[in-house]
Design a protein around this ligand. Structure first.
Ligand SMILES: Nc1ncnc2c1ncn2[C@@H]1O[C@H](COP(=O)(O)OP(=O)(O)OP(=O)(O)O)[C@@H](O)[C@H]1O
Length: 285
């Protein structure tokens, strides 16, 4: 059995008055199905507005679908959780790392307080001494030291803050990490270090990743498999090597040709995009 099984996930944002159906409604997620095995890293790629974050938010529990199923370890994540313990267990199992650690870390708390709070909330640490020991081990795990434990977020660099966000997510020993553009705000060398770190953590802990990114180079680095989303629909999926190395769908080809690299021709990208949009309009894709 897979760690995560998502089937026929569907979410429409109703933009008409009083939630009534209207021509302006946005189908953010259109009958999306996929699975993630234990220790597997699955990428979700697509341009802005393709529905990546909505899927990520549904998995974490920040958003509800109109229909569809999400199972983690066989357990229905969308069914009502009875009682505080059940709600906490559900929250603990799937942790999210956001693009902007500034928004997700409490600026009033030191790093040790942030990690300690997460561990206490989920009953991970037996005492404050235990929390401190675990905090230092986690910081070491993400390439930070004791010096950083007593710092507040503004005293850290962007890359260090993102390491803290990853440490906080790992502090509660999740089964799945949802990383939503988690390295997009970092400069390229720091990005490479954090991607290495994520690969090591996955190997050591067996945690699964849902890795949301618009950046194909990042997806190539960390994902075993990838799903390509276009306007809420999965248009192509397969191993990362298959999808990025020998794309079949016109949209995947367009995404790849839009990525700057040697021999990149922006004018050709604009022409390809126009032909793709016309083909979509004529239902030829
Ligand atoms: N709360 C909301 N209310 C109305 N529309 C929304 C809401 N959230 C998302 N949408 C719409 O749903 C679609 C998918 O949005 P989503 O944020 O999932 O895309 P994305 O691929 O993550 O984009 P980005 O890469 O820009 O974050 C977009 O058209 C967006 O405008």
């Amino acid at each position: 059995m897979s760690l995560v099984e998502v089937s026929e996930l569907h979410r429409v944002f109703r933009l008409g008055s009083r939630g009534r159906a209207s021509a302006a409604d946005v189908t953010a997620v259109n009958r999306v199905s996929f699975s993630i095995d234990r220790g597997e890293s699955v990428g979700l790629v697509g341009e802005s507005g393709s529905g990546k974050s909505t899927i990520a938010r549904i998995l974490v529990g920040l958003e509800r679908p109109d229909s569809g199923e999400v199972r983690l370890g066989g357990v229905d994540r969308l069914a009502p959780a009875r009682g505080r313990e059940a709600r906490l267990a559900r929250a603990r199992a799937v942790q999210m790392v956001f693009q902007d650690p500034n928004g997700s870390l409490d600026r009033r708390l030191t790093v040790a307080e942030t990690l300690g709070r997460a561990m206490r909330l989920h009953g991970i640490a037996a005492s404050s001494a235990d929390a401190r020991t675990r905090t230092l081990a986690l910081l070491d795990r993400v390439g930070l030291s004791e010096r950083h434990a007593d710092a507040k977020p503004h005293e850290l660099s962007g890359g260090q803050r993102q390491r803290v966000a990853i440490a906080r997510a790992l502090a509660v020993e999740p089964e799945l990490l949802v990383l939503d553009e988690a390295v997009s705000a970092l400069d390229v060398s720091v990005q490479a270090q954090v991607l290495d770190l994520l690969s090591d953590i996955r190997q050591e802990t067996g945690v699964g990743y849902l890795f949301v990114s618009h950046d194909l180079a990042v997806i190539q680095e960390v994902c075993d498999r990838v799903l390509v989303l276009y306007r809420g629909t999965v248009v192509e999926e397969g191993t990362t090597a298959e999808v990025l190395g020998a794309p079949e769908h016109a949209y995947t080809k367009l995404l790849i040709s839009s990525t700057p690299g040697p021999g990149w021709d922006p004018e050709r990208v604009v022409r390809d995009r126009m032909s793709f949009t016309q083909a979509i309009a004529l239902d030829q894709v």
